[in-house]
Write a protein that binds this ligand. Structure first.
Ligand code: IPD
Length: 264
């Protein structure tokens, strides 16, 4: 079996170099393509950064599998699969904002065992190895103490398609009067790290992908948060929810009857 600490070291190196490349190219970039809607953009730097990260990971471990946001799936033979989001928070990146991250997770036999979320403009590196706690710039971090839902600062995110966004707005109209306030940071990976360091109490989103949450979910879990979907499922595309135990259940019980995991 691979040593998760070695996988983490490789992820740290790839995230650092990918983050440097993306940060150098942040200003004056152009949009190359769009995905699910005209506002769901891919920049030249999304592609270049993912290519660099793939080269670093596969240069060191050529037989591993990779699933990347831009480059898709490459099969492997070792049981290790890398989940790569070169720039999570692409719209922030495009607008010259700071809230974007490189997210790299290493799965072994389908389970994330190590993860890194690098936030280059803020100089923050979040990391975790399963069973060994979560860190920011090498120092241990932990999620905030439990609060009741009505005192919770909650982050969320929205999809890019109009139908999903209308539904998300309707869910939010019920959530908003029940909580302290809402934040829409624009990067799922950073939202999960915010739960991990206690700068936000909870986060939920419909429609996120494994490359968005792979690293951040491990970091939040290792910091003491609970991360999952609705009705006891693991985190998934339908709904991703993270909060300390207690608050997790309160937010779950608010979101579940609202159908927050559906577009209809
Ligand atoms: C997006 C961000 C955003 C979330 C979207 C994601 P991208 O990732 O994480 O916060 O709301 O669902 O797609 O497109 O910037 O990599």
């Amino acid at each position: 079996n691979p040593d998760p600490r070695e996988l983490l070291d490789l992820a740290l190196e790839a995230a650092r170099r990918g983050g440097e490349l993306a940060a150098r190219g942040q200003h004056g970039i152009s949009v190359l393509d769009t995905k699910s809607s005209p506002t769901d953009v891919v920049t030249e730097m999304d592609r270049a950064t993912e290519e660099l990260i793939r080269d670093i990971l596969l240069g060191a471990r050529p037989d591993d599998a990779v699933l990347g946001e831009e480059g898709g799936a490459a099969p492997g033979a070792t049981g290790v699969r890398w989940l790569v989001d070169p720039i999570d928070g692409t719209v922030n990146y495009l607008y010259g904002r700071a809230e974007w991250a490189v997210s790299i997770a290493a799965e072994f036999d389908g389970r994330v065992v190590a993860g890194v979320v690098e936030v280059p403009v803020r100089g923050q590196t979040y990391s975790a190895v399963r069973g060994q706690g979560a860190r920011r710039n090498g120092e241990p971090i932990s999620a905030a103490a439990p609060v009741d839902l009505d005192m919770a600062l909650v982050a969320t995110g929205f999809g890019y398609e109009a139908r999903r966004r209308s539904r998300q707005a309707r869910v939010l109209s019920t959530v908003l009067p029940r909580i302290r306030d809402i934040r829409r940071v624009g990067s799922a990976a950073i939202d999960l790290c915010a739960v991990a360091e206690g700068s936000i109490n909870a986060y939920y989103e419909r429609g996120a992908h494994p490359w968005d949450w792979g690293a951040g979910a491990l970091i939040a879990t290792e910091a003491g948060a609970r991360v999952g979907g609705l009705r006891g499922t693991p985190p998934n595309h339908d709904l991703l929810l993270a909060a300390v135990p207690g608050l997790f259940e309160q937010l779950h019980d608010l979101l579940e009857p609202l159908g927050a995991d559906s577009d209809d």
